[in-house]
Design a protein. Structure first.
Length: 142
């Protein structure tokens, strides 16, 4: 009977194991969260905004530049997990103004092959942290 109990305990530990993924090549979290969590073969990436990780200044000069900085930050997190944009299966894009959709979509799209691009949603929100224009989160699978 104790073998069954031990097997159950080991099974539960395996299910709930998670690895924290961090890199100094992306902005450090500004709250009680991590850049990403690897659980099994699935990477859950927190939303990134347009912080330059070297200066921690926001890159807000224009929407394409801001979006490219967000994508560079996400790439750094993917790199830290030994993944690429090809591993991304789902993205969520949050915009402060849906009128910027075309500009964000063009910059975002340059990081993916259109034939294998991930599923995604894009929504307008009332406000984003630090009054940024775009935040993107991703889920990737090895």
């Amino acid at each position: 009977m104790s073998n069954v109990a031990n097997q159950t305990d080991n099974y539960k530990k395996t299910i709930y194991m998670k690895q924290i993924i961090t890199t100094d090549k992306a902005p450090a979290p500004i709250g009680p969260y991590n850049q990403a969590i690897l659980s099994g073969n699935t990477l859950y990436m927190s939303g990134q905004v347009g912080f330059n990780p070297e200066t921690m200044e926001l890159m807000l000069e224009d929407i394409p530049s801001e979006t490219h900085q967000v994508m560079k930050n996400l790439k750094a997190v993917l790199d830290a997990a030994d993944m690429t944009f090809e591993n991304v299966v789902k993205t969520s894009i949050f915009l402060s103004d849906m009128n910027n959709f075309g500009l964000v979509n063009e910059a975002y799209g340059s990081y993916f092959n259109s034939d294998t691009a991930p599923a995604r949603e894009t929504v307008q929100v009332a406000k984003l942290p630090r009054n940024v224009n775009v935040e993107i989160s991703m889920i990737a699978v090895k």
